[in-house]
Write a protein that binds this ligand. Structure first.
Ligand SMILES: [Zn+2]
Ligand SMILES: [Zn+2]
Ligand SMILES: [Zn+2]
Length: 161
């Protein structure tokens, strides 16, 4: 027998849909009664659904979440750049001395980077994609300068010097 009961006390299957519907209803009830939809205790802020305290808490949680996400991205970026630079963390342009990871970026050796990046939702998506696809040999590490030079004139201006 199910451990969960609906509003009339009848046993019911607990599902995500049921859960969502329940909380949606619960929240709209709280809202109509003039309470914060999160804690159901305090008055909501003017024109908002949640109270001062819940909003602050949520903001804090959001900050923690985004810090965690940023860190995960940083790790992935580090792994990918490390792999494609053969552990050297330097620009692949033979005449470029750039080794600062902050200036390094993943370059599509044969072009098409902009389209792929768009498709994957920006550089974050490209790093993920590279890992998930087992580091395909279509990338190299370039610094922003060399990458920009290569994209504008087919080859990096360093090579003209
Ligand atoms: Zn609240
Ligand atoms: Zn460079
Ligand atoms: Zn260069």
């Amino acid at each position: 027998m199910s451990r969960f009961k609906d509003k009339d006390g009848n046993p019911t299957d607990y599902s995500r849909a049921y859960h969502n519907a329940y909380f949606k209803k619960w929240k709209s009830q709280r809202r109509m009664q003039g309470f914060c939809t999160t804690c159901a205790t305090n008055k909501p802020r003017e024109g908002k659904k949640t109270c001062e305290r819940c909003a602050a808490q949520r903001k804090k949680q959001y900050g923690l979440d985004s810090a965690r996400i940023a860190l995960a991205h940083q790790r992935r970026r580090n792994d990918v750049l490390m792999y494609y630079s053969n552990g050297t963390m330097r620009c692949a342009c033979p005449k470029c001395p750039e080794t600062n990871m902050k200036f390094l970026t993943l370059d599509h050796i044969n072009g098409g980077g902009t389209e792929q990046s768009k498709k994957l939702g920006g550089s974050v998506g490209v790093y993920k994609w590279a890992i998930e696809n087992g580091f395909p040999p279509i990338f190299q590490v370039l610094c922003y300068n060399c990458n920009c030079g290569k994209n504008k004139r087919d080859h990096c201006p360093h090579l003209d010097m």
